[in-house]
Design a protein around this ligand. Structure first.
Ligand SMILES: Cc1cc2nc3c(=O)[nH]c(=O)nc-3n(C[C@H](O)[C@H](O)[C@H](O)COP(=O)(O)OP(=O)(O)OC[C@H]3O[C@@H](n4cnc5c(N)ncnc54)[C@H](O)[C@@H]3O)c2cc1C
Length: 532
């Protein structure tokens, strides 16, 4: 079985500098899930495609979402049936194609006394939600069942609930897996490479100037079509089509609690006692997530978003409904994260929670831009973008399979007989590479790290093959150790260090520099805010 490696950054840069290699069919700017999905569809059509990302892959919203792969009850409630159908179709497809990376999860939707929606309306909503997905999973449940599932929950203002299913994923690994599939078919990706300006010939975009943010070196790259997939940054690339557009950044924050004291076997959709907004509390990677807020974020987007003390207080207040006898406090929070949604507005003010999450596409000569949308609908967005890019490209090569992910064609028990379940999990995250990942590490590196489901073999693989440049790439996006372990996993860095030294050749000084840089990132963007 051939394993797929991420492109060697240095080698690729040298190739880009030679004039023979700097002409592309498609250059995708932005290494989040949208860019990854577009890359996937572009290489499938036989186009020579390069993706560049200014920071690390999935550094933007695509590692900081709520990680739900869902149809969106809110869309359906707003009457957007076609949109919900698309998202549900994508959900079902992702569950089928990438099992254990995208996993079905049970959700409880409590019916609050004297609050919207009434039972009959909720019943219609969930019936339709399931029907559009082609499944039948919803049912009504009593307060008694709710109490059985969420044992300490206060149900005094609740009159039963609906149970239904959606799905969750690891957003950063989903992005990486889509890239992996694209690389396998000939796609190229380069992180820490920023598009600084566009190259124009008259009205037509002909390429861009790319800067290696590690060295400061710039080169010009030509492309038949440039695709702007920069999410919340979409209006900053300077292309004419977005000149009048307003992308309103909205921050959403989450916190993680330990499941030992705050266990949730399923997701629950609670009403916040202060403002009546719906929030989720759900299990993820063996821990409990509370999210999310939805706040205008006018800050500099080049600085990662982070949670404010008020957001922390707000989320803990919501969590206390589930654990009234054992209310979580800031000391119980393992980590936090905040992401920025690119909400495309007409400029009018209004409730941001009600603003459209639909993607939009803008076309101009030689360039297509796409922003908004959801993690769930990345494939649908990619198809839309590629169809709009067609006039600038030669005819696509024929392709037979429409699968996003290739089938690894082995079972978890074959690659990890001692723990088939973890084997399946690795197959979900690494696809065809899972067997090579395990084979490339000594057996001792299969042991999980600090109570997480991640092992050192995954760390070794990421360092060897997944374009890790900095410690935060490894701890926050190739693995999620940095948010799953208290203090950003500072206590396990000694376990990671020998591998970074061995595989990446980091000197003692480089290691110290990376640790310092990493701990600053953790402290500023992923820890509990200083005061409530
Ligand atoms: C708090 C929150 C919760 C969410 N929850 C969900 C959810 O549960 N389910 C769901 O389906 N969706 C969810 N979403 C939406 C989802 O996360 C986003 O729609 C999706 O991640 C957007 O992906 P993207 O690739 O368009 O943007 P991003 O992931 O932000 O990627 C854009 C990338 O472009 C890069 N870039 C910018 N400028 C340049 C440049 N000049 N050169 C090179 N690179 C550049 C950035 O560094 C960034 O990495 C959520 C979003 C947020 C913020």
């Amino acid at each position: 079985m051939n394993s797929v490696m991420f492109t060697d950054r240095n080698q690729l840069w040298q190739e880009l500098k030679s004039s023979a290699e700097n002409r592309w069919d498609v250059i995708v700017v932005g290494g989040g899930i949208t860019g990854a999905g577009i890359l996937r569809e572009s290489v499938r059509r036989g186009y020579r495609t390069l993706l560049i990302e200014q920071r690390d892959f999935a550094w933007g919203s695509s590692s900081r979402s709520s990680k739900m792969v869902h149809g969106g009850l809110r869309y359906l409630a707003a009457g957007k049936v076609a949109l919900t159908r698309h998202a549900l179709h994508e959900r079902e497809n992702l569950i089928a194609e990438a099992p254990r990376l995208v996993e079905r999860l049970g959700y409880y939707f409590p019916l609050y006394l004297k609050r919207f929606p009434p039972r009959f309306m909720a019943g219609i909503l969930f019936w339709l939600y399931d029907r559009l997905a082609g499944i039948r999973n919803h049912r009504q449940v009593s307060n008694q069942e709710l109490k059985q599932v969420f044992t300490r929950m206060d149900t005094s203002n609740i009159n039963g609930a609906f149970y239904y299913t959606d799905a969750v994923t690891d957003d950063a690994r989903l992005t990486l897996r889509v890239m992996q599939e694209s690389i396998k078919q000939g796609g190229h990706v380069r992180n820490y490479t920023r598009a600084t300006s566009l190259l124009n010939a008259g009205e037509r975009v002909q390429g861009l100037t790319a800067e290696d943010l590690e060295t400061g070196e710039s080169i010009e790259l030509q492309a038949r079509v440039v695709i702007n997939a920069t999410g919340a940054w979409a209006d900053r690339l300077g292309n004419a089509a977005l000149a009048g557009m307003k992308i309103r950044p909205q921050r959403g924050s989450h916190l993680i609690l330990g499941a030992d004291r705050f266990p949730v076997p399923h997701a629950i959709f609670l009403l916040h006692p202060e403002d009546g907004r719906r929030l989720f509390i759900y299990p993820w990677e063996g821990l409990t997530i509370v999210g999310t807020t939805d706040i205008y974020h006018p800050e500099d987007l080049d600085i990662a978003a982070s949670m404010t003390p008020d957001e922390l207080r707000y989320l803990l207040t919501a969590a206390r409904q589930l654990f009234p006898e054992n209310p979580p406090t800031r000391d119980d929070v393992i980590s936090t994260w905040s992401g920025v949604r690119p909400i495309i507005t007409s400029g009018k003010s209004g409730d941001p929670s009600k603003a459209s999450r639909e993607h939009q596409v803008w076309v101009e000569p030689g360039m297509v831009s796409c922003s908004g949308g959801k993690l769930t609908t990345f494939h649908h967005m990619a198809l839309d973008v590629l169809s709009k890019a067609e006039p600038f490209l030669p005819p696509a090569a024929p392709f037979s399979s429409k699968r996003i992910f290739s089938d690894p064609a082995v079972e978890g028990s074959e690659i990890m007989p001692e723990d088939p379940d973890r084997g399946e999990r690795l197959l979900g995250r690494y696809g065809e590479n899972a067997a090579a990942l395990l084979a490339s590490a000594p057996a001792s590196e299969r042991a999980t790290i600090a109570g997480t489901l991640t092992c050192l073999a995954q760390v070794r693989w990421a360092l060897l093959h997944e374009a890790v440049l900095h410690l935060d790439d490894l701890m926050l996006r190739r693995t999620r150790l940095g948010i799953l372990i208290k203090n950003g996993g500072a206590g396990i860095l000694d376990q990671i260090k020998p591998l970074c030294r061995e595989v990446l050749g980091w000197t003692e000084e480089k290691w110290d520099f990376e640790v310092q840089r990493y701990l600053q990132i953790i402290d500023r963007y992923y820890m509990v805010p200083a005061a409530i």
